[in-house]
Every structure is written in structure tokens, then in C-alpha cells.
Design a protein. Structure first.
Length: 761
């Protein structure tokens, strides 16, 4: 491979170097060949345009001793540290750690500052050409979790980015966070996390397209975690305990908010606004609340009692629902609402139906009207041979409903190919199971009628649905046509909005309301909009997210995360064994079992610096161009970072306190090849001896976690204990008590115990 081109500057001072690093894409190199190897292998999606050489900065290579201890310049080479007589005599731990690094050639070039700031050594992180854009580099997956992880963490992972499931979910629900609580059997905690992003999980748990599962890291391993089914059980638990989870707010506000539309966007906004204390009134033209949840989604997919139970719970919170009240009539005009309420949220959905521009179109049955009439108590007429025009979810719902209402034959005709159909895969599978036939890549050409009654349709081959620019612009082959018999044709080719009630006062674009992406505000002050009337028809969870974001904007609420970055995670290693989804997921044990398959994706790359645990064990402080940081607080795991340093912050000096006269210290390292390799496990230790008793022990493990691990429990245990095999065995057992080895690295547990035994040998 060849190096990517970059400019090179030899810095003359730390001030110059930090100034350069603060601007543009620049990286620093401080000795060794690590950065050059990274650039040569192209392990990052982007490479620096400028490399700043720190080795040319004068007066940063030194070892100074004094009464208070040791001071070492950041550019001091590892060779100089390992050979320095004072360090070898009084700080043997440091000399041993430096001498253990790689080969003499690298020790001659490598610096103390460079060693403690090196990038992770995970091979997925370092795969050439950035083949695995992992979590640690800003991606969405950790390939090592369910892949090759012999040398990775045995002490859990670290949250360094948003996992794929949460990234893919339109509502950005913090799935791993609530799965963690489900695993422990704490449904209350799980429920609170879900409700923070989605107030109707009993609904979405039944009908959500579960895009989260499509990107689950288990997908290529065995089967994705059944996230939606877990969500349904937790959602039902919330409704069964509605008085606890959906209680009225403790603090009431005087301000009132009107919500136009009781579909998922309106319900979501109403919930979060009410929770914030607002007086919320929901207006809807239909007899029952729920919008398309009630009138558009068939009962076989979403039982109506679930929606009714959800609405009743919201009513108990103090949300007022005014049904059979279309906005636009006398007393509830758009203008009336703006006068009466401080804010108005428009979420009236897309109830209009797109039609075909062809003769006899009035003979066609509208799809939404067909579905909604069932809930309105008007059983729709169903033909024996039915054609459904459309390839989306509504079309599938119509086709399945027609079959269940008695149609002998139902055929869906859509422009898209089977692979391009917008309907969800599981809905298509259900339709096939119900006996629905699909005719893909064909579109309507002519309605056939006799004596005013539908007799069939002539369809024409569709060569492509979209043009080169990705716009909807079907292209047909008029030489390929088919004639299909039918006594009923139901049209479900898309929905449109009806914004007549706004009197054209709100700015629109192509039939959709224009809003500010951040504030969700429309062109009229105090009026907001969200859901299908802004985005066009999307999924229920898209609408829920729109309602939540709008409510937060109105109430000026800043979302709180249950997945803080840098947080240590339990990896749930039992989930690393291959296996299918849990069959009985409707029980508590069922969802706990399924949640245990979630590996709680985080970074498991270890910190492989030899000097890092040594500095922590010695109680060092690291002086930077901005501050002085205790070594215990210096190391971190985050995107493109292994320390807490800012982009333009550099290490200047390391300060190490003088040890006591009775101090015993050392560095032990287990590796594959003594001449080159990084540690598989390392142990840095320092303790005082008062007679035969251990005092002030400082024990730090390296290469076992994303950051060096201070063995605090072992340090406490060793206080006052004698140096003996018995003490060593007990210390080893205590050190590994909290480990969670991965599928392939349990051997590291025994190495930890062995090194502790050697320490006290």
C-alpha cells in the first residue's frame, strides 16, 4: 500500500503545535511508526491533511529527580527511561514497563507521551482500508463482540457510540439500555426508558417495521434480537400499570396546547406535553381516537382494544379528547384554536387518497375508505375476484382484509419489482400466507367495465419506477400488457393531505406543511406541525418521533440519554453463543431470555499501552498544555480517542511521586512473542511493606479492558495481609470476580490470577 498524501510540519514549540492542531484535519506524531502505519494501511475513513512532528520541539526529552519525585518530559524515549539509573533503582516498575515495549528499534524512537496516547490495537479497528468502520471509529458495530475476540476485554465494554439498533430506529429508542433492565427482570426501569422516547410501545410493539432488527449486530451471526416482541410485552406491562406510568403531572401549567389529530403523532405530542404539565386538548373529526391506528390498520395486526386502552390511559393523565370535532367548523376554526391556545400542533395525518387519471376511475374503491369503514361499523362490500392496486403497507392490509372478508381471489398489482416493493417483508409474507397473489412490475393501463360495473383491468409492464435522479417517474413497455378479470378494484397507491382547514395560511410545499427542522415551527407563530402532514406517509414510529420532538420544542425540554458515552457496560457474554430467537416471548422469562441475546454493543478493544498501567500504579500526574491530570483520570475510551485529551491538547510532562523506602514494585507482562508483541495481560504493582504486612497497595491491570483497570477490591484486601501464596490465591480470585470473558478469551482470566500470584511470590 502507498501512504496517502499529507503535508508535514516540524513544530518548534508546543504553542505552535497546538495552534496547528486546532485547525483543520491535523494529527501529531511523537516518535515511533504507529501513525505512519495507520496512514499506510488506510485504517480510517479520513486521513489527516497535515502531520505535526513533535520530536523537533526542544527541551521535552529529560528525566529530572528531586525530593518530591520524578519529572519526565513527554518526548523522552522509552530506551532512555529503561536505561536511566535513577529510574531503574527507585522506579523499577517504570523501567521494566519501558523495557518491555516491542523491539529495541521501536523503543529508541517511541516516546513516553506517544506510548500512552497510542490508538487501540483491535484488529477490526486496524483493518486496512477501513473494512470494519467500528464503533470506536464512529461506526455502528463492534465486529469483535461476535467475532474474533481472543485478545479483547474481559472486563466489559465501553459505550463509545450509538449502537446500530438505536441509530436505525426512527424514534432513536435506547434499545440496549432497556434490554439491560429486561435482562435483569426490572420491567419498571425498562418501561421508563421506552416511555422517554415512545409513549405507545404496546402499539408499536405490534406494528412497528422494526428497522432496528434489520441492523442488529446478531443478524450476520444467527438471528437478530426480537426487539419488537420484547417491546410489546413491556408496552402491555405499561398499560396494565397505567396509573403508575401514565399518571397526571405533579406540576400543572396554565398554558394550553391544542393538538389537531389523534393519530400517533398527535398522541405522542399530547403525552409529552401533558407530562410537562400543559393543559392538552386533542381535536379529531372521527368518532374514536387513534387516527390510522384505529381506522387504517386492520384489527388482525393491531387489536382495537389496545388502542382504546392506550387512549383511556392518556385521558386519565388529564388529556382532553374532543372527538367528532373537525377543525374548520364553527367554534373550532383554525383561527379559533390560535386565539384560545398558546400553541397549536397540527398532526392531522394523510387521509386523502391518490387516484388514477383514467376513464371510469369512479368505479374504483378507495383503500383507506375500505379499511376505515370496518371500524365505523359499515362492513364493506367485497367482490369474489379482487384486484388491489399498490405495493405499500396499506395495499397489503387491504388485500389481506379482502381475503378475510370472503374474497375468493385477491391479486396485488404494483409498479415495483418484488425487491422494490415498499411494503414491509413480514406483511408481504402474511399476505402470501393468506393466499394473496402478487403481480409485480405492472401498472394500471385501462379499467374494463360492462354496464357500469367493474369487469377487470388491463395492466402494462413497468420497466422502471424511478428515473436516473431517483424521482418517481415510471417507464412502461406498451408492447407487454395483460388483462386481469375482477369484479372489484381497490386503489391503494398512496395518501395525500387535506389542509383546507388551515385556509392556506400555513406555508406548504407539494401538499406538505413546511416546518423548521429544529423547532418544528410552521410559518405561523405558535403553530407547529409533524407526522404525515410534514413528511408524507411514513411508519407509526416516525410519527411518534415527530410528535415527541415537537412537544420537546414547545416545552423547551432537552432530551436526557440513558446511554451516556464512556459508560462501562456489561457485555452479557451468554449472548455470544449461537442460537435462535426465544420461542415463548410473551412471558417475563421469555423476554428476559430474548433480551439476554442482546450483547449490549460497545467497544471491547483493550488499552495496550505498557506505560499506562505503570503510571497509574505509581500515582503519576500528567501535565498537558492545558491542565494537570491524575493518571487514573487520564485514560478513556471514546471515538478516535484513548485518553481525555482534546484535539489540540498535548502531553508536556509526567510527574511521579517518590516511593517510600520500603516500597516494592514491578511490571509483569504476558505476551505471545517477547521481542514484538503488545501485552495480552499486564500487571503493574506498587506496595509498601511494614514488616511482613502489605500497605498502600496499588494494583493496575493492562490489556484487559478498554482502559487500564485499577483492582480496587484487591488493593483493599491486601491491606495488612502478608506476602504469601495464600494471599496471592485469594487476591487472584478477587481480581477476576467481576470479569465477563468473551466467547474466546476466558484464558485471560487465568493469566490475571497467575500474574498476581507471581507478584506475591
Amino acid at each position: 500500500m502507498t501512504l496517502r498524501n499529507f503535508k508535514h510540519i516540524s513544530a518548534s514549540s508546543l504553542t505552535e503545535a497546538t495552534a496547528i492542531l486546532s485547525k483543520g484535519k491535523a494529527s501529531a506524531i511523537a516518535g515511533g511508526t504507529d501513525l505512519l502505519g495507520v496512514l499506510k494501511d488506510k485504517i480510517h475513513a479520513e486521513s489527516p491533511e497535515l502531520v505535526v512532528d513533535l520530536k523537533t520541539i526542544p527541551n521535552l526529552s529529560y528525566v529530572k529527580t528531586g525530593k518530591n519525585g520524578l519529572r519526565i518530559g513527554a518526548l523522552t524515549t522509552l530506551t532512555d527511561i529503561s536505561k536511566n539509573e535513577t529510574i531503574r533503582k527507585n522506579y523499577a516498575l517504570l523501567a521494566e514497563a519501558a523495557r518491555s515495549v516491542a523491539s529495541p528499534e521501536i523503543r529508541n524512537m517511541g516516546t513516553l507521551g506517544g506510548n500512552i496516547c497510542q490508538e487501540p490495537r483491535c484488529w477490526y479497528y486496524r483493518t486496512p482500508e477501513d473494512m470494519f468502520h467500528c464503533l470506536r471509529k464512529g461506526g455502528s458495530k463492534c465486529a469483535a463482540l461476535l467475532g474474533e475476540n481472543r485478545y479483547h476485554s474481559i472486563f466489559g465494554s465501553v459505550r463509545v457510540g450509538v449502537p446500530a439498533c438505536t441509530q436505525t430506529c426512527p424514534g432513536n429508542i435506547e434499545i440496549p439500555a432497556y434490554m439491560d433492565h429486561v435482562r435483569r427482570g426490572d420491567l419498571k426501569a425498562a418501561a421508563l426508558i421506552i416511555l422517554a422516547g415512545n409513549p405507545i410501545p404496546a402499539v408499536t410493539g405490534r406494528i412497528c417495521p422494526h428497522l432496528c432488527e434489520s441492523k442488529c449486530n446478531r443478524s450476520d451471526f444467527d438471528e437478530a434480537v426480537s426487539i419488537r416482541n420484547v417491546e410489546q410485552v413491556v408496552g402491555d406491562y405499561i398499560l396494565d400499570h397505567a396509573s403508575e406510568f401514565l399518571a397526571p403531572p405533579k406540576k400543572q401549567r396554565k398554558e394550553g396546547v391544542a393538538v389537531v389529530g389523534s393519530g400517533p403523532a398527535g398522541l405522542s405530542a399530547a403525552y409529552y406535553l401533558r407530562k410537562a404539565g400543559y393543559q392538552v386538548t386533542v381535536f379529531d373529526k372521527m368518532p374514536k381516537a387513534g387516527g390510522m391506528l384505529t381506522y387504517g390498520i386492520p384489527a388482525h395486526r393491531l387489536p382495537k382494544e389496545v388502542v382504546e386502552k392506550q387512549v383511556k390511559a392518556f385521558e386519565a393523565m388529564g388529556i382532553t379528547f374532543k372527538m367528532n370535532t373537525p377543525v374548520g367548523q364553527k367554534g373550532t376554526t383554525f383561527k379559533d384554536l390560535r386565539k384560545k391556545f398558546k400553541s397549536v400542533f397540527l398532526a392531522s395525518g394523510a387521509w386523502g387518497e391518490r387516484s388514477l387519471d383514467m376513464a371510469k376511475k369512479e368505479l374504483l374503491t378507495p383503500g383507506i375508505e375500505f379499511l376505515s369503514s370496518i371500524e365505523l361499523g359499515k362492513k364493506p362490500a367485497v367482490g369474489k375476484t379482487v384486484l388491489v392496486i399498490g405495493g405499500g403497507n396499506v395495499a397489503v392490509d387491504v388485500a389481506v382484509t379482502a381475503r378475510r372478508l370472503g374474497a375468493a381471489k385477491v391479486t396485488m398489482v404494483c409498479l415495483e419489482s418484488r425487491e422494490e416493493m415498499p411494503a414491509f417483508e413480514e406483511e408481504i409474507a402474511e399476505a402470501l400466507h393468506e393466499g394473496v397473489t402478487f403481480l409485480t412490475s405492472f401498472g394500471p393501463d385501462r379499467i374494463i367495465e360492462r354496464k357500469g360495473r367493474i369487469n377487470g383491468m388491463e395492466v402494462v409492464s413497468c420497466k422502471s419506477v424511478f428515473d436516473g435522479a431517483g424521482r418517481f417517474n415510471p417507464s412502461f413497455d406498451p408492447t407487454v400488457k395483460k388483462t386481469l378479470e375482477a369484479d372489484q378494484i381497490i386503489l391503494a397507491i398512496g395518501q395525500s393531505t387535506d389542509l383546507a382547514y388551515t385556509k392556506d395560511e400555513v406555508e406548504t410545499l407539494r401538499g406538505l406543511i413546511v416546518v423548521d427542522e429544529k423547532t418544528r415551527a410552521t410559518s405561523i407563530e405558535g403553530v407547529y406541525a409533524g407526522g404525515d402532514i410534514v413528511s408524507g406517509p411514513l411508519s407509526v414510529i416516525h410519527a411518534v418521533a415527530a410528535g415527541r420532538k415537537t412537544a420537546y420544542a414547545i416545552a423547551k425540554i432537552k432530551p436526557l440519554s440513558h446511554m451516556p458515552m464512556g459508560q462501562s457496560l456489561d457485555m452479557h457474554c451468554d449472548g455470544q453463543n449461537k442460537g435462535s430467537r426465544t420461542p415463548d416471548i410473551q412471558t417475563l422469562e421469555g423476554i428476559r431470555s430474548e433480551a439476554a441475546r442482546c450483547v449490549n454493543c460497545g467497544c471491547i478493544a483493550v488499552n495496550a499501552s505498557d506505560m499506562a498501567p505503570a503510571l497509574m500504579a505509581l500515582g503519576a500526574k500528567i501535565k498537558t498544555t492545558r491542565r494537570t491530570i491524575a493518571a487514573d483520570d487520564f485514560f478513556a475510551a471514546n471515538i478516535m480517542k484513548c485518553t481525555v485529551l482534546e484535539k489540540d491538547e498535548l502531553v508536556e510532562e509526567i510527574e511521579i511521586p517518590a516511593p517510600s523506602k520500603n516500597n516494592r514494585q514491578g511490571y509483569q507482562k504476558f505476551r505471545i512473542r517477547n521481542a514484538i508483541d503488545f501485552p495480552i495481560v499486564s500487571l503493574a504493582y506498587s506496595f509498601d511493606l511494614e514488616g511482613k504486612a502489605i500497605k498502600k497497595a496499588s494494583i493496575v491491570l493492562g490489556a484487559v479492558a478498554p482502559v487500564p483497570v485499577r483492582a480496587k477490591a484487591v488493593e483493599t484486601f491486601l491491606e495488612g495481609k502478608p506476602v504469601s501464596d495464600k494471599t496471592a490465591l485469594a487476591a487472584g480470585d478477587l481480581a477476576v470476580k467481576a470479569v465477563r470473558p468473551l466467547a474466546k478469551n476466558a484464558f485471560k482470566v487465568q493469566i490475571v490470577k497467575g500474574l498476581l500470584r507471581k507478584m506475591l511470590g
